[in-house]
Each structure stands twice: as structure tokens, then as C-alpha cells.
Design a protein around this ligand. Structure first.
Ligand code: ADP
Length: 337
């Protein structure tokens, strides 16, 4: 299989394992997000795939060939990997065109310049070919870096926090433009992010990481709708958590029951309810402690029986001081303790 494959990869720095038995696949031509908090091992994975560091155990395959295993490391330059780092790492003394042409040294000069222009055109920057990096905006520099990474037709592209340095409006625009370019180029892409929205919006598949472990892997919709654990659920958006004992196939939370039919009655379990899975209507047993705008929604803090939960509700819905709460089963999950 082409694409990128990690099998049982371990990597430690001193005694601390940064990656512990990490396995996942980035299928050919797909965009895969590595999502996790700071320190979860995302950048380490990119460095290992790029061949900048060796694995302590396990194997990495790229474009159908083994490139890393214990005692074996194909050099970075032989891996055909394109990299875009957070600071874009453009050569400051070279024009945009020359930056893109830089990795094409095997081609003759005329073909090289033509190819560079072609890729600048693909990212919408042909007209800026003669500009130096300092004359370009952050978003434009990022697009040049992407063109430079794609031009040599790599097996895979690695993007480290590609959208994190940009303000919110530019971020979504650049994210969509980047994805369109990657989609057209049909290049296997791994991108690192700590932002759930970027991962959900941009990726064909997610790999959710925590402390060097893969919590869950799969298409965004599947992972969102069927999280494998409390941590995997929490990685993709605000959740509420309640610990209880299962009675009659459900956990009775202060805001209503959460089905737990797959778990034995009488056992300890944790209910997880996504903030948007709570439907509020005016008047009822829960108190509205706060109601604040939250993008396209309002975020309500609701209290019942000493518990406070967060609920994402339609913006400007008049709720009053008390509400009744309905838990939507699509966003409610139960896990055994
Ligand atoms: P992320 O990219 O998700 O923030 P990293 O891959 O950078 O996470 O780091 C994973 C873990 O490995 C962290 O605990 C980090 O402190 C540790 N680590 C990463 N690189 C090094 C290094 N060169 N030396 C020592 N520890 C490191």
C-alpha cells in the first residue's frame, strides 16, 4: 500500500517515552490530522516520518517501502517528503519563485522555473513570483511554502501546525485553500494540530493522540459520533462528564438518563454528553447560571442537583432562569470505569 504507515512505533527521550506503540495509516491521497494537546507526540511523529530521528521500535512505511525500523533509517533526502513548518522556513534571500524552484535541482533550468511557476499558480501566487518572503503576508508565505513542498511531487506532505499562526478569518480561508490545493495534487498529507475544529474541518481521517498513545483513529464523522473513550470524546469539543452506577441500562445524570445498554447493570460507569447534545426549553428543574455568546451559539451553564454542565444552544434563544433539559442520544455516550 502507498501512503504512510506506522506500525508499533516507539520513541523515547531518555527514560520518557514520547511515543508508545503508535500505529496508524495515512491512506494514499488522503489528508490525515494528528490531533492532540501539546506534548502528546505529534511533532515527534512528523520527525520520525521525515527521517530526522530514528525509531526505538516498530516500523515506518512510505510509498510502499520500509523507511524506518530498528537499526535502519533511509536518509531524509531519499524519502521524498515535503515539509511545511509553522514558521514556513522560506529562504529570505530568495524570491518566491526561487524558493519553489529550490527543491527541483534535478530538472534543467527552464523546466525548473516553469514548474515553480506552475505550483505558484496552483496556490494563487503566480503574480508574486518575484517577491521576497518579507514582502509577503503570513498567509502568502504559507502558500509559497506549500508550493515548494508540493513541487517535487513527494510521497507525502507533512504540515506542522500549518494554520496556528494566523488570525481567525484568514485561518479558515487558508485552511480551505490549502486543502483544495492538496486535494487537487492528490498528495498524502499529515498535518499536526491541537485545534479540534481544524482537524474536523480539514481532515479525511483523524488520529487522536494523548501522552504518546493513539486514542482513536478514523474518519471525523465516525470518531465524533462514536468516541472510543472519555478522552477521545473530549478531544473533539466541549463535553460534560458524570460518574454513576448503571440502573436499568442507563446512567441517571442530574440532567436526565444516558443509555448504557452495552454495560452491565450495577457497574460503575462514566456518562459523557457533548455540550451541543443538550436541548433546553424555558421553565423546568435546571437553573441557568450563565448565558454567553459563543460563536454561532450561546453557551449556557446549567445547574441541577449540585452539578454544573455546559450546553451549546441556538443563539439568542430566550431561556429565562430555569430550563428543562433533554439529552440527545446522538451526542451522549457511556463508558465503563
Ligand atoms: P507535540 O508535538 O504533541 O507537542 P512532541 O512530539 O513535541 O509533542 O513531544 C512529545 C514528548 O516528547 C513531550 O513530552 C516532549 O517533552 C518530549 N520531547 C520531544 N522532543 C524531545 C527532545 N528532543 N528531547 C527530550 N524530550 C523531547
Amino acid at each position: 500500500m502507498n501512503g504512510v504507515k506506522l506500525r508499533n512505533v516507539r520513541r523515547s527521550y531518555g527514560k520518557t517515552p514520547a511515543l508508545d506503540d503508535v500505529s496508524f495509516t495515512a491512506p494514499e491521497g488522503q489528508v490525515v490530522a494528528l490531533l492532540g494537546a501539546s506534548g502528546s507526540g505529534k511533532s515527534t511523529i512528523l520527525r520520525l516520518i521525515a527521517g530526522l530521528e530514528a525509531v526505538d521500535a516498530g516500523e515506518i512505511h512510505l510509498g510502499g517501502a520500509r523507511v524506518s525500523s530498528v537499526g535502519f533509517m533511509l536518509p531524509t533526502e531519499a524519502r521524498r517528503i515535503g515539509m511545511v513548518f509553522q514558521d514556513y522556513s522560506l529562504f529570505p534571500h530568495l524570491t518566491a519563485g526561487a524558493n519553489v524552484a529550490f527543491g527541483l535541482d534535478k530538472l534543467g533550468r527552464a523546466t525548473r522555473d516553469e514548474t515553480a511557476l506552475h505550483w505558484l499558480d496552483r496556490v494563487g501566487l503566480k503574480h508574486r513570483a518575484g517577491a521576497y518572503p518579507h514582502e509577503l503576508s503570513g498567509g502568502e508565505q504559507q502558500r509559497v511554502a506549500l508550493a515548494r513542498a508540493l513541487a517535487p511531487k513527494p510521497h507525502a506532505i507533512l504540515l506542522d501546525e500549518p494554520f496556528s499562526g494566523l488570525d481567525a478569518s484568514l485561518r479558515a480561508e487558508l485552511r480551505d485553500a490549502t486543502l483544495a490545493t492538496l486535494g487537487e495534487a492528490h498528495t498524502t498529507t499529515l498535518f499536526v494540530t491541537h485545534d479540534a475544529e481544524d482537524a474536523l474541518q480539514a481532515a479525511d481521517r483523524l488520529v487522536i493522540l494523548k501522552s504518546g498513545h493513539v486514542l482513536q483513529e478514523g474518519p471525523p464523522r465516525e470518531v465524533y459520533d462514536a468516541p472510543a473513550s472519555v478522552d477521545a470524546a473530549a478531544a473533539l469539543g466541549p463535553i460534560n462528564i458524570f460518574k454513576g452506577v448503571i440502573k436499568n441500562g442507563a446512567i441517571d445524570t442530574p440532567f436526565g438518563p444516558v443509555a448504557a445498554k452495552h454495560l452491565p447493570n450495577g457497574s460503575q460507569a462514566t456518562a459523557v454528553v457533548r455540550a451541543e447534545a443538550l436541548t433546553l426549553s424555558p421553565g423546568g428543574g435546571a437553573r441557568v447560571a450563565a448565558l454567553r455568546p459563543h460563536g454561532a451559539h450561546d453557551l449556557a451553564r446549567i445547574e441541577s442537583q449540585g452539578a454544573t454542565w455546559r450546553a451549546l444552544t441556538p443563539a439568542r434563544q430566550p431561556l429565562g432562569d430555569t430550563v428543562s433539559v433533554e439529552i440527545q442520544s446522538a451526542g451522549a455516550f457511556a463508558f465503563s470505569d
